[in-house]
Design a protein around this ligand. Sequence first.
Ligand SMILES: CC(=O)CC(=O)SCCNC(=O)CCNC(=O)[C@H](O)C(C)(C)COP(=O)(O)OP(=O)(O)OC[C@H]1O[C@@H](n2cnc3c(N)ncnc32)[C@H](O)[C@@H]1OP(=O)(O)O
Length: 374
Amino acid sequence: MPCDEEDENEDLNHCVATILAIGTATPEEFVLQSDYPDFFFRITESENLVELKEKFKRICDKSGIQKRHLHLTESILAGNPELCKDSSETSSLLARQSISNAEVAALGARAAKKALQEGGHSAAEITHLIVATSNGIRMPGPDLAIAKILGLRHDVRRLMLNQVGCYAGGTALRIAKEMAESGGISTRVLIVCSEVGAFTFRPPNEKHPDRLVGSAIVGDGAASLVVGCRDPRLDSSPGQLLELHWAGQFFVPDSEDDLTATLSEQGLIYFLSKHVPDLISSSVRELLPTALAASSKTRDLAPNDLFWRSIREGERDKLRATRETLASYGNMSSPTVLFVLEEIVRQSSRSGEWGVLLSFGPGLTIEIQLLRRC
Ligand SMILES: CC(=O)CC(=O)SCCNC(=O)CCNC(=O)[C@H](O)C(C)(C)COP(=O)(O)OP(=O)(O)OC[C@H]1O[C@@H](n2cnc3c(N)ncnc32)[C@H](O)[C@@H]1OP(=O)(O)O
């Protein structure tokens, strides 16, 4: 459909998918990034790997992270010693799944309660539930556990996004937009992205220096959004935070081996090539014009007019919410972009009506949303 025609239909018939509330939660415990190398090498009994520890310190220093909330405290790791071993003879899968069974739903439900409370929504209003995690696979999944904790309706339509990786927050938003716009004014979609690093914690290994990067950057957290529809004939109200005008997904050709995560007896083994930051950076430069061209209202905007723009080459100030989120929480995988959204809403006095939300993960896959402040 030509874009002009699409906009005309949007104005006359379609409600606009709108983020109505955001809630976030983290484990109570946190570690300062400057203290983490000593903790990590001590708890995994790897103090003899002196050079590797120095490299790990350099990675932590350059990560842009100041602190991370982690569920796996010293006492939890002491109670699950198999997580601190890297031997193919030791299976840690069941221990990891057992931690995940209890914590993914509990943390996710804490974030969801905040979102419902913040927006003044009752559990009975929620018509759809999308839950994302890359921490374990269980049937029934944390979606059902979260529905029970929150007291959602028995006919709530649930969707579980398992093992999608760090872009799952963007995927959930894209699907929520489609659900809200096809369901109409009374549709309320609750998104919950929840990650506790039970599947990815592992000791340092000299043969796999890339795994040090994961150990240095991952954090735990959960974020939840309520997405509904705004009648375009009515003005937006204070409860409406951001409109979702367009959503797309892309993969970067020939990059499928640059970021992978493989389930094994030792949990989820990530591989992260050194090319990932540059591949993402150059792809974003190409994709931004595609996102802006999707609506006649943004077609004439330049990337600099957005309240958020490209990685690395962008004005540092426009990525402030992203950098602050990374500094305070690390890379929490799926909920990270939703934490960034919360920060953008908090910085509401800042300039710019339109913005682009980008999330990345294995594929390399990129999710893009074109957003407008209400
Ligand atoms: C998991 C998902 O589902 C999806 C996602 O999260 S997608 C996004 C994942 N994030 C990334 O891919 C980015 C990760 N990288 C970074 O944050 C930074 O590159 C970094 C903090 C690791 C290092 O910062 P930098 O400014 O690049 O510093 P740089 O000096 O080049 O690297 C520091 C050290 O790390 C090493 N290093 C960096 N990336 C590496 C990698 N992927 N593998 C192995 N070593 C790596 C470098 O070789 C260097 O080692 P020495 O000090 O011994 O020379």
